[in-house]
Write a protein that binds this ligand. Sequence first.
Ligand SMILES: [Zn+2]
Length: 131
Amino acid sequence: MADASSGNFGCQRCWPVSPDDAWEARAGLSHQATLIDESHLIASVLGCPVCSQRFVSVFIETVDWVGGDDPQCWVQLPLTPDEAERLTREPVTEADLHGLGGGRRSLLKGFLRGGVEKCMWTKGLSIGWHD
Ligand SMILES: [Zn+2]
């Protein structure tokens, strides 16, 4: 049972202990809404089919004009029912996403320059994150 007040979100399946497992579990989430769809920033709402926990997922690609080996990263943050409701009701800007989550645990998956991969827990939604 998702309990926003205690800081526990999701279930074993969608929000497991290890970040690698959480990244794998992401493939089992259902797409619920697209909030922002730009070439280098995509934000969408995903939902767990088991516990109905909703997440906001943000994809960022940092353009590297020199290389072409553009770093990419995803940040996935569980939402309270209120937040999910608000995000899917009104047009969303990058600034709206910025304020979400605060110190809440979120998942960061990054593909950086030189084939370096990162998968780790972080906090909140850091839009424009790069290494
Ligand atoms: Zn779940």
